[in-house]
Write a protein that binds this ligand. Structure first.
Ligand code: GDP
Length: 142
């Protein structure tokens, strides 16, 4: 499974703006299978843990407050070379730099409120999927 999965989060801003449907549609149309999905609200502590790698950054507090400010949709996506393929679909972190046709170009509000998360390596994808989902919450099509 490792190498074929990635974790996505539809962030609070995009959920608030009713973009869950359109974003999931783009994900499906790009050939990803959704093998686990749920809507949750993270606590500030959970958001801090998820973004621990950014603890020293000036935007850490604002980012973790935003990520715990409302419901999010978390999902495990399956496709060959999922991490790289999904990073292409979401576009650059800063929506001003995201290519046309990418999720962030279409749905992001700002660099912080950039609509979606996508794992940045195969190793982190596994860690992040385990962060949100138990084994029994995952379905495989294989
Ligand atoms: P990603 O892998 O494309 O999500 O980008 P990073 O891992 O570098 O950053 C994690 C998240 O922190 C991004 O998705 C943004 O929500 C937020 N972020 C990144 N850079 C900035 C910044 O310069 N300012 C603010 N306010 N937020 C940022």
């Amino acid at each position: 499974m490792e190498g074929n999965i990635t974790l996505t989060i539809i962030k609070p801003g995009a959920v608030r703006n009713q973009y869950i449907g359109p974003i999931l549609n783009m994900i499906n149309e790009s050939g990803f299978k959704i093998i686990a999905i749920k809507m949750i609200k993270m606590s500030l502590e959970q958001a801090g843990k998820f973004y621990a790698v950014h603890r020293s950054k000036p935007f850490y507090e604002s980012l973790t407050e935003f990520m715990s400010s409302g419901p999010i949709v978390v999902a495990i996506l399956e496709k060959e070379n999922a991490v790289e393929e999904f990073r292409k679909l979401i576009g650059a972190t800063n929506p001003a730099e995201a290519e046309e046709g990418t999720i962030r170009h279409r749905y992001a509000e700002s660099i912080e409120r950039n609509a979606v998360h996508g794992s940045d390596s195969e190793e982190n994808a596994v860690i992040e999927c385990d962060f949100f989902f138990s084994k029994s919450e995952r379905l495989s099509y294989l």
